[in-house]
Ligand binder design. Structure first.
Ligand SMILES: NC(=O)c1ccc[n+]([C@@H]2O[C@H](COP(=O)([O-])OP(=O)(O)OC[C@H]3O[C@@H](n4cnc5c(N)ncnc54)[C@H](O)[C@@H]3O)[C@@H](O)[C@H]2O)c1
Length: 458
């Protein structure tokens, strides 16, 4: 009888606590009193923190990189496309503060996790950042907190990897704290869309988790798209990236085939784009780059193996896309050959190091592989990139190079200028006019008059 009574009391007190948490959340959201913690202040985390602070919420940014923390707190940005003025504004308003002191995780209502998800040397998911950051959160986890993973990953990560770690201290996900997944769709350098104007897909461990996460994002993001589960939200991001990866591979393959036939693939894509329905243009290039498209599809491949399922489209697309730098090097060698020169001993200037135009991110950039391949063939290689004054050490590369200053005399001093990234800052007329020979892997010189005499597309 007494045992029944205490069990009943225990259940009742739990229900009261749950109701209180939900009421607390509703009040905080209504009054915009939610304090948001963003864990990982990189290309994704910093703009996200900026959106919440600009919406009037208090934001604490957490990062293990103390230098980054100091820079941000001094009002300076760490990313080219996030202006210093924006960081200064949110710091001086008192709404944003960065810290490496993880104990402060206790003081926030929502924790949005934006840590890296790279691949290991064996092209398998490297979960070290998700695991270590989740362990940190678990250490300071508070009843009623909302934890949202934003990093791109395979379906199952939030439930199978994060939840057990978070529950290690005795609090139960979905009951004592809320757990959700909401993929980041940041597209650095995109002039039409930014973090705040891109709708956010949200999946929760429970309906309540999803609802609370949606209501928090609704404060700062244009629209939320709730889905039925964590796994659906995780799979949505993977679909978006596989879609791009496969379509880019298709046009890369067509580029090679059409080139052999003497057809310009870019002209074909331009013409096909005139169809008002049923066609979406994707463009070929020197290979895939960035933190997402070359990596994320392989997170699914790894997971699918556990279900004994192959991911043939992803594997084939990966094969075609990774062969592109070699194709561009072969085209460069052929172009030099036409001028009675060998690649060995030639001076090559690579224009653009970033993985795509108008940004300063060189992660997985095909330009790096191009430089390494050209060097292996005996070429003397320099680069210019207005956004990357010098290279820094990467996980698998360390070029130790500095950007060369452009001038007409300098351009004319190279046997070939290889356009790898089509930054808008470049004056392509002047480049073609000044260079002796140009290999263009981006169709950047399409509008240059008389380009055909000097430019080889690759
Ligand atoms: N960069 C993009 O354009 C983009 C777009 C969409 C999605 N994503 C995804 O978002 C995630 C983050 O990518 P990113 O480009 O912002 O990475 P990033 O490398 O620019 O930033 C990650 C930050 O996390 C910090 N960090 C690492 N471990 C930590 C820990 N344990 N605690 C606190 N901070 C930690 C790092 O110091 C770094 O500042 C990845 O999963 C990526 O796939 C990236």
């Amino acid at each position: 009888m007494f045992a029944d009574c205490s069990l009943w009391n225990f259940r009742l007190s739990r229900i009261i606590k749950e109701v209180r948490f939900v009421r607390d959340w509703a009040r905080k959201i209504k009054e915009k009193q939610v304090t948001v913690g963003v864990l990982g202040l990189g290309y994704v985390g910093l703009p996200l923190a900026g959106e919440f602070a600009s919406a009037g919420l208090k934001v604490v940014g957490f990062d293990i990189d103390e230098k980054k923390v100091r820079t941000l707190n001094s009002g300076r940005s760490i990313i080219k496309h996030v202006p210093h003025s924006q960081v200064k504004e949110i710091v001086t308003s008192g709404l944003f503060r960065a810290t490496a002191n993880m104990a402060r995780l206790k003081s926030v209502d929502a924790i949005l996790v934006c840590v890296p998800t790279p691949l290991t040397q064996n092209r398998e998911p490297d979960m070290q950042f998700i695991i270590s950051s989740t362990k940190t959160i678990a250490k300071y986890l508070q009843r009623g907190q909302l934890i949202v993973l934003e990093s791109t990953t395979y379906p199952g990560t939030t439930r199978e990897v994060m939840a057990p770690i978070l529950e290690g201290g005795g609090l139960k996900a979905g009951r004592d704290f809320h757990l959700a997944y909401s993929p980041e769709r940041e597209d650095p350098g995109n002039k039409d869309f930014s973090t705040g104007t891109i709708p956010k897909v949200v999946g929760g461990l429970t309906k309540k988790c999803c609802e609370i996460a949606c209501r928090v994002y609704d404060i700062a993001i244009v629209r939320t798209v709730p889905v039925s589960s964590l796994e659906t939200a995780e799979a949505t991001k993977i679909l978006e990236n596989v879609y791009r990866c496969v379509n880019i591979a298709m046009v890369n393959e067509l580029k090679v085939v059409f080139d052999r036939m003497g057809i310009d693939v870019w002209e074909v894509i331009g013409a096909a784009s005139s169809k008002p329905f049923g066609f979406k243009a994707f463009y070929p290039g020197p290979g895939l780059g960035g933190h997402c498209i070359p990596i994320d599809p392989f997170y699914l491949t790894w997971k699918a193996r556990q279900y004994d399922m192959p991911t043939r489209f992803i594997e084939l697309a990966g094969e075609i896309n990774t062969s592109m730098p070699r194709y561009v090097v072969t085209k460069t060698a052929e172009a030099l050959n036409e001028h009675c020169k060998s690649l060995k001993g030639s001076k090559v200037l690579v224009l653009g190091l970033a993985y795509k135009k108008d940004i300063d991110d060189l992660r997985e950039s095909p330009s790096i592989e191009l430089i390494e391949l050209l060097r292996q063939k005996g070429a003397k290689v320099d680069y210019n990139d207005p956004y990357i004054p010098r290279t820094h050490k990467q996980r698998q590369h360390n070029l130790r190079m500095a950007s060369k200053k452009l001038s007409a005399i300098m351009l004319a001093g190279y046997d070939v200028v290889l356009i790898s990234t089509d930054h808008s800052d470049y004056d392509y007329n002047w480049i073609v006019k000044s260079a002796r020979l140009v290999v263009d892997a981006r169709n950047a010189t399409a509008a240059v008059r008389g380009a055909a005499r000097k430019v080889i597309k690759a």
